[in-house]
Design a protein around this ligand. Structure first.
Ligand code: ZN
Length: 239
């Protein structure tokens, strides 16, 4: 265990590298967000094979967020959650038990409340199908703790609405720059979200994703937010 001060009351968060997280709820539900393991260079070899998933969430159609969605869903038969057009695409690929909904909606899946949030990013799949917008998710676990996974996005002022409406306890934010926000933007996102704990993601996977947790800490200090805890996970680590 790491020396962070976040207390999610039994929520276990495992980073599989990049934007891929496996989260175990207090009641033991296994949630996989943005399934990309086999060709994910940041995913440790012993975690590339995912054997159990109860709920799978996909933020958008890019390969680095759903490269293994079809294969893992076929093997583990989770409830698969995505924006409506992407859910339809996954169904066409043989994925069963999809829930396709849209931004602003909240669903209850096996006791976990899942809200789809806005994200500002592109989306698309290799076969050029239209698969809807990119999105993020707020998860509320059985114990009331709330986690925000931003997906891929720039910082946007409606993150203040995510704070007002859902009050996340922790935010998983991309900081790599280039395809998403970098540390400077992520620090402002933290301020808008009002979170005291942030887990950086979507950095270091490829050389072009240059943002670092240290740069995020520095940017937070520059905003007078040095009390915010940057939880720097290692791929494969569970907190
Ligand atoms: Zn991405």
């Amino acid at each position: 265990m790491s020396d962070h001060t976040m207390n999610m009351l039994g929520v276990q968060i495992t980073w599989l590298g990049h934007a891929t997280f496996k989260i175990t709820s207090p009641q033991g539900k296994v949630i996989l967000i943005d399934p990309w393991t086999q060709s994910n260079p940041a995913c440790p070899d012993n975690l590339k094979q995912v054997d159990r998933v109860d709920i799978m969430l996909v933020s958008h159609g890019h390969f680095d967020h759903m490269g293994d969605a079809v294969s893992i869903a076929t093997a583990t038969k989770p409830t698969c959650v995505a924006i409506v057009e992407l859910a339809g695409w996954l169904e066409a690929k043989g994925v069963q038990n999809t829930i396709g909904f849209n931004k602003g909606g909240t669903i209850d899946v096996q006791g976990i409340k899942i809200t789809m949030t806005h994200a500002i990013h592109s989306s698309g799949v290799e076969d050029k199908s239209y698969v809807g917008d990119a999105c993020g998710y707020v998860l509320e676990f059985e114990n009331g703790r709330r986690l925000y996974h931003a997906g891929d996005t720039c910082a946007f002022s409606d993150m203040q609405l995510i704070h007002e409406l859902y009050k996340p306890d922790v935010a998983l934010l991309p900081i790599g720059d280039f395809y998403t926000m970098g540390p400077k933007e992520a620090a402002v996102a933290v301020r808008m979200l009002g979170v005291k704990h942030v887990i950086p993601m979507h950095y270091g996977t490829f050389p072009i994703l240059t943002g670092t947790p240290a740069a995020l800490r520095e940017a937070l200090q520059g905003l007078g937010l040095s009390e915010v805890e940057v939880i720097e996970m290692k791929p494969g680590q569970t907190i």
